[in-house]
Design a protein around this ligand. Structure first.
Ligand code: IVH
Length: 689
C-alpha cells in the first residue's frame, strides 16, 4: 500500500486494511496531542493522514463508523484552556427578522421606559460581525486577560493568543483602572482566501468559511500558530469597568478609538425607526463588497442610563437587538427525509440533501419542522428544493420547484411509529408534532435527555459530548442521569471505549466531581421537563428556594384544588400548560426516583437570591394592578425582583402588597376583601427607595 495510490485503485480488502491502520495511527496521534500535549508529527502530516482516511471513506462508505476518527473534530478540546469566570456576563442578542420586529423593539423600549410620545430614542446602528466575541481586560492600562465568550458566564483564557493580534493594544492610556472591552475577532475574506491557499499548499486543513478559520486560529494551543494567522478585531462593548465609560454608546465608541481599539467605520446614529431601517438597507446593499462577513445590523439604545434601566431578559439585553439580513438561498435535491426523536419524544422530520453552499457554509440537512409543514409544501423525496439559511439558525426548506419533480414521486407519508423504538407515535389534538409514546423505553429520548442533562447551561460536563453519551448509553454505562455520578466504578470499561484513555477519563471524573454541587435553577433546568427552559427554571428556583420545597410542592400540586397548585399557576410566567407538564413529570414514578436519587448524591444549593438584606421588600410577594404612571409594568416587575420580591399574577392571602395604579379593577377589590395591604404607586416607590 502506498499512501499516494489513488484510492480508486484499492480493492475493498486493501481499503479496509489501510483504513484500520490509519485509524489506529490517528488515534495514537490524537492521544499524544490532546491528552499528553506532546504531538509526535507536524500538523500538516497529521492532516494528510486524516485526508487519506476521509478519501478512503468516501470511496468505501461501508468503512465509516459512528464515533470513528473521521467524525472527530480536529480542534483541541476546550479542556486545554483555563476557564475564566466573566466579571460581567457576556450577553447574546435577541433577533429581529423584519421591519415589524424592529418597530416592536423600539416600541418596547419606549413602553418599558414609559417615554412620552415626543421624546426621541436615539439608536446606534452597527454591523453585526460574523466572528467570535472576546473579552479584553485591562488593569491600570495593561492588557491582562483575554477570554472567549463560552457560555456567557464562563469562557476560556486565550490571553496569549489574543496578544498576537496587532489590533489589540497591549497598553492603553487614560482608561479606567479596570476596563473590560468586548468585541468581535474575525478574518477578512481576503485573508481567509490567502490562508486557505497556503494551507492547501502545505497539505494542511482547509477551512470552510472565515468564521471557522478565525475560531480555529484563536483556539490554538501554540500562540505562535495564532500569530501566523491574520486576525482582526472590532470593539463594540464593555464588561466590568471601575468607572462609567461614557454617557452614550456613541461616545463610548469614540473612547475606544482613543484607546487605540478599532471600531466599525459603518456605525451610525439613527434618530428613529425609519432611520434604522434605512441604514439597514444601505449596509445590506454594500454587504457583498465588504471584506468581512456580517449577518445583520445591531441596534443599541444610545443613552447608557437608559440601557441600565432597560437591563436584560434571560441572556439578552432589552436595549439592543440584532436585525438580521434576509436569508441566503440555494437550490438542491432532496435525497431523504429522516425522523429525529427529541428529548420529550417529539418527532422532527429532517431533510437530507445533496450538499450545497448557502451564505458561505456547506449544508446538507434542513429541518422540516413537522408533518403539516411537509404536506403544506408538498415536499417529496427526489424533489428539487430551495433552501435558505439565516444566520446561525438551522437551514430550512422554503419551497419545491415543481417543474423539476421526478415522475412518480409520491407524497410523503409521515410514520405513525417511532423510528427508534417502534412505539406508537401519536399526535394529540392541538399539537403540531407527533410524539413517541415509548417514554423510558425509547433509547432516543433517553439519549437526548442525557445530552440535555450534561449540556452547558445544565450540568455543563463538557467532556461528555454527544457522541460519548450515545456510546455510553448504548453500552449500558449511563442509562439515567444518576449513572453519570457512578462512572468512577466503570473506569476499565470506559478506557476500552474509542477515544478514551486514562487522562481523558480522569478529566471526566474530575469534571463530574466538581458538578456534584449545583445551583437549584441549573438542577431544575437539567431535568429536561417539557417547556421548562432556563427562564422558567429560575422562576421556580426563586419561588421555592430549595429543592425539597419545590419537589414537595410539585407533588402536592397534583390536586387542582390544592393550595400548591394555586401557588404554582400564580407565579407570573407560569401558565396552566406548563403547570401540567411539571405535575406530570413528578407524577411519573421513574422520574421521581431519579430525582430523589440525584438529590441523595448531589448538593443542590438553595436559590441564591441577590443580596437584598437591606431591601424592605425581600421575600415579599407583590401584585401590580392597574396602569402605573412612572414605571411600565415590565420595569416595575424587574425592579421588584431585583430587590428580592416575588411578583405574582393574582391576589391571595399570601400576597404582601398590591400596588394599585389607575383604573385598577378586581385585584384591588380582592386585596381589600382579604385585608392585604394596598399601596399607591407613590407609596410603593417610597417603600422601595
Ligand atoms: S453587542 C449586550 N454588537 O453577536 C450586547 N454584538 O448575537 C451584546 N456581535 O455575542 C453584543 N457584532 O458576538 C454586539 N456590533 C456588535 C456585534 C455583536 C457581532 C456578536 C457578538 C454577540 C452576538 C450576539
Amino acid at each position: 500500500m502506498n499512501a499516494d495510490d489513488p484510492v480508486s485503485d484499492l480493492t475493498p480488502l486493501e481499503a479496509a486494511a489501510e483504513w484500520e491502520a490509519l485509524a489506529g495511527e490517528i488515534k495514537d496521534h490524537d492521544k499524544a496531542y490532546y491528552q499528553n500535549d506532546a504531538p509526535r508529527i507536524a500538523d500538516a502530516d497529521y492532516d494528510a493522514l486524516r485526508r487519506r482516511l476521509e478519501a478512503i471513506e468516501a470511496a468505501f462508505p461501508e468503512l465509516k463508523r459512528p464515533g470513528g476518527p473521521s467524525e472527530k473534530v480536529g480542534a483541541p478540546p476546550a479542556a486545554g484552556f483555563k476557564k475564566v469566570a466573566h466579571a460581567r456576563p457576556m450577553l447574546s442578542l435577541g433577533n429581529a427578522f423584519g421591519d415589524g420586529d424592529v418597530i416592536e423593539f423600539i416600541a418596547r423600549v419606549r413602553r418599558f421606559l414609559g417615554l412620552d410620545e415626543d421624546e426621541a430614542v436615539e439608536i446606534v446602528c452597527e454591523p453585526k460581525i460574523d466572528g467570535l466575541s472576546v473579552s479584553l481586560r485591562y488593569e491600570n492600562g495593561e492588557f491582562v486577560l483575554g477570554a472567549t465568550r463560552g457560555d456567557g458566564t464562563t469562557g476560556e483564557d486565550i490571553t496569549e493568543n489574543l496578544k498576537t493580534l496587532s489590533d489589540i493594544p497591549m497598553t492603553i492610556r487614560d482608561a479606567p483602572e479596570i476596563l473590560e472591552v468586548r468585541g468581535e475577532v474575525f478574518m477578512t475574506r481576503g485573508d481567509f482566501e490567502t490562508l486557505n491557499q497556503e494551507q492547501e499548499k502545505a497539505g494542511a486543513k482547509v477551512f470552510a468559511n472565515p468564521r471557522n478559520a478565525a475560531a480555529g486560529s484563536l483556539r490554538q494551543k501554540d500562540p505562535a500558530v495564532t500569530a501566523s494567522r491574520p486576525l482582526s478585531l472590532f470593539a463594540y462593548g464593555w464588561g466590568e469597568v471601575s468607572e462609567p465609560v461614557a454617557d452614550t454608546h456613541w461616545d463610548f465608541l469614540e473612547n475606544l478609538r482613543g484607546w487605540g481599539l478599532p471600531t466599525n467605520p459603518l456605525a451610525e446614529r439613527a434618530a428613529d425607526t425609519e432611520d434604522c431601517l434605512r441604514f439597514h438597507l444601505q449596509v445590506e446593499e454594500r454587504r457583498q463588497d465588504l471584506d468581512y462577513a456580517i449577518d445583520g445590523m445591531v441596534y443599541k439604545v444610545n443613552r447608557i442610563d437608559w440601557q441600565e434601566r432597560l437591563g436584560q431578559v434571560s441572556r439578552a439585553p432589552r436595549w439592543a437587538v440584532a436585525h438580521k439580513f434576509p436569508a441566503e438561498k440555494a437550490e438542491t435535491v432532496l435525497n431523504e427525509i429522516i425522523i429525529q426523536v427529541g428529548r420529550t419524544g417529539s418527532l422532527t422530520p429532517v431533510a437530507e440533501f445533496a450538499p450545497v453552499t448557502v451564505g458561505g457554509v456547506l449544508v446538507s440537512r434542513a429541518t422540516l419542522h413537522n408533518e403539516d409543514e411537509i404536506a403544506r409544501k408538498d415536499i417529496r423525496i427526489g424533489d428539487t428544493v430551495i433552501i435558505q439559511r439565516a444566520g446561525d439558525v438551522i437551514p430550512q426548506v422554503v419551497s419545491v420547484i415543481l417543474d423539476k419533480r421526478p415522475r412518480g414521486a409520491k407524497p410523503y407519508k409521515f410514520p405513525d411509529k417511532c423510528p427508534e423504538c417502534g412505539s406508537h407515535a401519536v399526535r394529540e389534538e392541538g399539537e403540531a408534532r407527533r410524539r413517541c409514546t415509548g417514554g423510558l423505553v425509547c433509547p432516543a429520548q433517553a439519549v437526548e435527555r442525557l445530552k440535555h442533562f450534561v449540556s452547558r447551561n445544565a450540568f455543563d460536563i463538557e467532556s461528555l459530548g454527544a457522541k460519548s453519551i450515545e456510546d455510553f448509553h448504548k453500552y449500558g454505562l449511563i442509562i439515567t442521569p444518576f449513572d453519570i455520578f457512578f462512572l468512577k466504578g466503570r473506569a476499565v470499561e470506559i478506557c476500552e471505549r474509542d477515544g478514551w484513555g486514562e487522562k481523558s477519563l480522569n478529566n471526566l471524573l474530575r469534571a463530574i466531581e466538581e458538578r456534584k454541587t449545583i445551583s437549584l435553577e441549573r438542577f431544575i433546568y437539567a431535568l429536561g421537563i417539557r417547556q421548562v427552559g432556563q427562564a422558567t427554571a429560575k422562576l421556580l428556583a426563586r419561588q421555592y428556594g430549595s429543592f425539597k420545597t419545590w419537589r414537595d410542592a410539585m407533588i402536592e400540586a397534583k390536586a387542582d384544588d390544592s393550595e400548591d397548585y394555586a401557588d404554582l399557576i400564580n407565579i407570573d410566567g407560569i401558565g396552566s400548560a406548563m403547570a401540567k407538564d411539571l405535575i406530570e413529570f413528578f407524577d411519573e414514578k421513574h422520574n421521581l426516583n431519579v430525582v430523589n436519587d440525584l438529590d441523595k448524591e448531589l448538593t443542590v444549593e438553595d436559590f441564591q437570591a441577590p443580596d437584598t438584606s437591606s431591601s424592605p421588600i425581600a421575600g415579599k410577594t407583590v401584585v401590580f394592578t392597574g396602569t402605573l404612571e412612572t414605571l411600565s409594568r415590565a420595569e416595575a416587575k424587574t425592579r421588584a425582583e431585583a430587590l428580592g420580591a416575588k411578583v405574582a399574577g393574582s391576589v391571595s392571602k399570601k400576597t404582601d402588597y398590591v400596588v394599585v395604579g389607575a383604573d385598577a379593577g378586581s385585584k384591588a377589590k380582592k386585596a381589600r376583601e382579604l385585608g392585604v395591604e394596598t399601596l399607591s404607586e407613590q407609596a410603593w416607590l417610597k417603600l422601595i427607595g
